[in-house]
Design a protein around this ligand. Structure first.
Ligand code: PA5
Length: 433
């Protein structure tokens, strides 16, 4: 089954009049994207990536992942933002939030914050374990990963000596320039490329995401196949036959109605980091020139017991997009018990997937009654193929949404501004406020 957009709970929220004209807007957005794809120095390399990736590098990624799995207990992934979120999102969506428990190879993440306590804890967790490090930074100078990598480079060299450390440090960075590229050339680290035509938040299907994902034991061939399937499906020009364009259009129309927030929700705890990836993708792509929906996420049913109140009854400034997986990877069935002390026998024999599905219907019905427009993105299950499909769906919809909104979806001037200020305040040569 391919991804579907269920609009049952959207009924009555968008009028026929509002829909008229949107088709033209989508066409224009698609044509903007097509121009970006062929533009020299464009940033839409991700759009053709599932077909057009470097097969030789892909082979090296699988080789490196195999080596890491055979000679390490822990892979430390050093990176922040677009250089880290995609990998973690996929690893945890596929493997669940306890993915490291009992795993042959644990993946730990460093360099994604400015906390000494966090860094020291990760270093402590690495004591006595066989280690590899994958440092990921396009620029090579981002403060958070640079500080963490300085610490891990020393740790690796102290533990293994320079020669062996060099065999256990993998660098994903610019093909030609930057501090990490220079260092790798001297030290002999194996390097992988962050392509020039793919920004950080769109880079999960490049070496940026693929090496950690493969090292964690997931099938990156299936991930790419899912993305390729999506690339073909979501090229369909007719709006009503293309869930990706429909999703972008509905976001656009709801924003026009005055909605300020898109809530992406899911009834799977494994969704947390995927939600973080989505927030970066949409927040950085659309939030500029005073425009853009604020992307937020809630994890149900836990958040129904906290933020559920606001969704149901707070300011009517939001709409909801539920990401629903139709099948569980494994099934748990509620048992029948004599005496029925907890009164649960009415669901005895029912699976958690069934309960989850019914609960999600009940919640969306309630949110609808509370005047929240809801779309449901239906994905078959949390496997590599379907997750690859989802990634491409969200990436393409994000680009189309951005163009419909009238922003350029591939830059992030706001992020650059904070980096400049921080460097200046820390006294980095060449920077001033
Ligand atoms: O999307 C982006 O550009 C950012 O999130 C970057 O990926 C992040 O700041 C890390 O940058 P770099 O890869 O240069 O270390």
């Amino acid at each position: 089954m391919s991804l579907k957009l269920n609009k049952t709970y959207l009924e009555g929220f968008i009028s026929e009049d509002e829909y008229s004209g949107v088709e033209e807007k989508v066409k224009n957005a698609v044509s903007e994207l097509e121009k970006e794809i062929v533009k020299k120095d464009g940033f839409a390399g991700w759009a053709t990536l599932p077909d057009n990736y470097d097969r030789e590098e892909f082979r090296r990624i699988k080789e490196a992942a195999k080596k890491i799995r055979s000679d390490s207990d822990i892979l430390v992934v050093v990176g922040i933002g677009g250089s880290y979120l995609g990998a973690r999102a996929v690893i945890e969506l596929l493997g669940g939030e306890f993915v490291n428990e009992g795993a042959d190879l644990k993946v730990l993440y460093a360099g994604n914050n400015i906390s000494g306590d966090y860094l020291l804890k990760i270093i402590e967790m690495c004591e006595g374990k066989r280690l590899s490090v994958n440092v990921i930074s396009k620029s090579g100078v981002t403060l958070e990963p640079a500080v963490a990598f300085r610490a891990f480079k020393k740790l690796m060299e102290d533990r293994y000596g320079e020669e062996e450390a060099a065999k256990r440090i993998y660098v994903t960075t610019d093909a030609k320039k930057g501090a990490l590229k220079g260092l790798s050339d001297v030290a002999g680290y194996e390097t992988f490329v962050v392509p020039d035509d793919i920004g950080g938040r769109y880079s999960v299907l490049t070496a940026v995401g693929l090496l950690p994902i493969a090292a964690a034991g997931f099938d990156i061939d299936a991930l790419m196949s899912g993305a390729k399937n999506a690339m073909e499906l979501f090229a369909e020009p007719e709006l009503e036959k293309n869930p990706c364009y429909e999703y972008a259009s509905i976001r656009y129309l709801l924003e026009k109605q005055g909605k300020k927030i898109e809530l992406l929700t899911c009834f799977e705890p494994a969704f947390n980091m995927f939600g973080e990836w989505y927030k970066q993708l949409y927040g950085e792509s659309e939030g500029k020139d005073g425009k853009g929906l604020f992307p937020a996420t809630l994890n149900y049913s836990a958040d129904l017991h906290s933020m559920g109140q606001y969704v149901q009854d707070g300011q009517r400034i939001l709409f909801e997009t539920l990401l629903r997986f139709e099948k569980s990877n494994k099934e748990f069935t509620v048992e029948y018990i004599d005496g029925d002390f907890d009164g649960l026998n009415y669901i005895a024999g029912k699976t958690m997937s069934y309960i989850n599905h019914q609960a999600s219907e009940g919640v969306m019905l309630a949110h609808n009654e509370g005047k929240v427009p809801v779309m449901i993105i239906e994905s078959e299950k949390r496997d590599e193929f379907n997750v690859g499909e989802l990634i491409y769906f969200f990436e393409k919809a994000c680009a189309i949404s951005g163009y419909m909104l009238g922003v350029y979806p591939f830059d992030q001037p706001g992020v650059e501004q904070y980096k400049r200020n921080m460097f200046a305040l820390l006294g980095k040569p060449g920077y001033s406020i």
